[in-house]
Design a protein around this ligand. Sequence first.
Ligand code: HEC
Ligand code: HEC
Length: 730
Amino acid sequence: MARNFEFCQSNVLLPLGLVLTCLMTGPAPAGDLKFTTTEESRAEYDRVVKPFLAKHCVGCHSGKKIEGELDLAALEPDMKATTSGARWAMLVEKLTNGEMPPKDKPRPEAESLAAVTRWAYAEAKRANKHFARRAAYANGNQVPHELLFDPKNIPPFDGDARVRRLSPEIYAGFLKDHAKRGGTNQPFSVDGKTTFKDMGAPKIDEPVTATLFQNAVVIVENQTDFKIEEGKVKGNLPREFSALFDPKSPPTEAQFETAIAHQFNTILKRPPTDSEKQRFLGLMKKNIADAGPVIGIRYTLAAVLMLPEAVFRSEVGSGQPDEKGRVRLAPREIAFALAYALTDRRPDAELLTAAATGKLDNDVGVADQIRRMLDDPKIEKPRSLRFFREYFGYDRATDVFKEDKPSDAANSHAGHDPRALVEDTDRLVHFILDQDRDVLRELLTTNKSFVAYKSAAETKKKRADELAKFEAEKAKNPEKFKSKTFKPPGRSIYESYGLADFPDEQPTELPADQRAGILTQPAWLVAHSTTFDNHVIHRGKWIRERLLGGVVPDIPITVDAQLPTAPEQTLRERMTVTQQEYCWKCHQLMNDVGYPFEQYDHFGRFRTAETVVDLEATAKNVDKKGKPLGSVTRDAVLNTTGLIALVSDKSLHGPIESPVAYMKKLAASQYVEQVFIRHAFRYWMGRNESPGDAASLQAAHRAYQESDGSMKALLTALLTSESFLYRVPK
Ligand code: HEC
Ligand code: HEC
């Protein structure tokens, strides 16, 4: 199976001399173009590559001007030449990342760009050179959109075989199944919430290995928990294990084998191979000799949990390459990949049976299993909601600290409850997924909303009770209650949504001229705000990257990223500092697409004016002795206009009047839909897209459109795509 792989050097030595090996992937794109001789390759080079370089590159990389120490005149098109392979690899990377030619130069046509990369892959293959894609596409958006969605020009698929570590969530699912009594720890740190966590293959280092091993021992102790009573093994352990601890008769070799096989089936969902049987039998004997029967047996059973297969997921493929040079994942790999794409658990019995009976050998069979899992309400599928949380980032509302200062009306919102806001948006996402129609458009435009749906009924009842009590006491003692009014609890939440009360039905409809979709939900607005203000820049960055498919360069470390403190100015006025030429080259990508959300305050409340400090009135606000009495505020005119520009789909360009019109415009765009598909692809493939995924992406988009925007159809298309099911061996 490890045909194409090298074992990494940092193998970790475990107690008992077991070695946990980590497999490394070997990236190697390939194409359907094939050269057997230098001449063939040279002819294609002369036909497509030479003119391309002459047109776009030699001006800066040849003759008098040699930028970046890359002299194209000296670059051998024969990649067998020692250094040219690496040079070409870098060149192709710069090209496919859209980094060269420099951003301010005319973009090469997608078609000729693809022809160049196709030649380079084929020549690399002929010359037997390894095309290493460095830290492939740190930012997925860097692959030009046109390279992925042009149906007339589909580059060959080049997906690499890979082995990934389990995600923290999947490992947690494993612990839920096998360590119900607890005592285990999560070995994989859960990173920040904003990135697509499933990506990459973080190394397994020594502290992680130690935790994995401790967990393995705890799990096996649970599995083999027994007492001896009246000379008999007592406990809730399987027969295969209890036989090993019988004080009267020492276990036979056959019993050891049965126990080892049982452990393989329980943990890895497969029987051991003959050579594994031999290895584990040998280990069992050695461990018992070293540590006595009980510990020896337990450590051997625990060793099954330390096999790479228990910690890594493998997507390598098996069999002979097809006519396109692709190999399909092994049925068992497909079963695990599907289970992990939709759930946090290992494949269920039905999926394993499908794998074992050839049902996953074709896409129809795979689609059947996907449908079955999607349609079965008993199968927990937390990964869809997790995608939408990661994509929208609204769940970070709970991380944004808000001060509660009743004296400062503009900045306080007594009883602000970010948890409830996030739950409401979660519920809205589920609601839209349940309808499964026009999913992205609904997410971006619906004015339906849940409003404290978990506590509304209860709070309403509590309020009625309190009001009754208030009235009763008032009736008893009218004098005392003369100046008192009833303050109902829980007001703040419905006010965040612009309502006057808790709705009687959930979901309810919010004012349609005020709200459109997730980006106008208080949870998203709060998540993209600070303690005291909106965060135009974060909102704009989100839209630029997640809907407009753009790339915003990282903030330079030399920049003092501060807006002036000027409480008399609106946020938009304070943002003027970012219009200096140096700042604007980045901030033009974010500010203008973020401004429309000034329509809401930083608690997510719709507003028609922004409250700022009135300096003059504050100066006059003094007592008789001239002591200041505090700041006085005034309503400043609100400017919610924005501008869409610098998008490769120019039909989107133009001014924005209001957030609702803005959302409707974006939701109607095919281009925006494709950007969304790209993000979904990344999440479910666990990697960034590359030009070779064009066919998969386009098929996914078609499936989404033809199903009237069904997320289930999109998922089925992604999980039956060649990007998911195939690999190209190097
Ligand atoms: C307007 C001038 C200009 C044009 C046109 C241009 N480049 Fe560059 N290129 C540069 C500069 C400047 C650098 C060095 C700085 C950098 O890496 O960004 C560079 C660096 C590179 C590097 C990295 C070299 C190294 O060793 O780090 C590669 C590869 C490259 N260019 C390829 C291309 C290709 C291919 C084209 C045509 C599609 C192209 N360039 C067009 C200016 C240009
Ligand atoms: C190379 C691109 C780039 C340049 C140049 C740049 N910025 Fe930014 N700036 C960013 C990005 C990206 C962010 C968002 C960072 C984040 O995600 O938190 C940002 C954020 C900010 C923020 C908000 C910080 C916060 O988190 O509250 C301020 C203020 C800011 N920039 C001001 C400036 C000013 C002033 C300049 C010019 C002197 C400038 N920036 C130049 C990219 C840039």
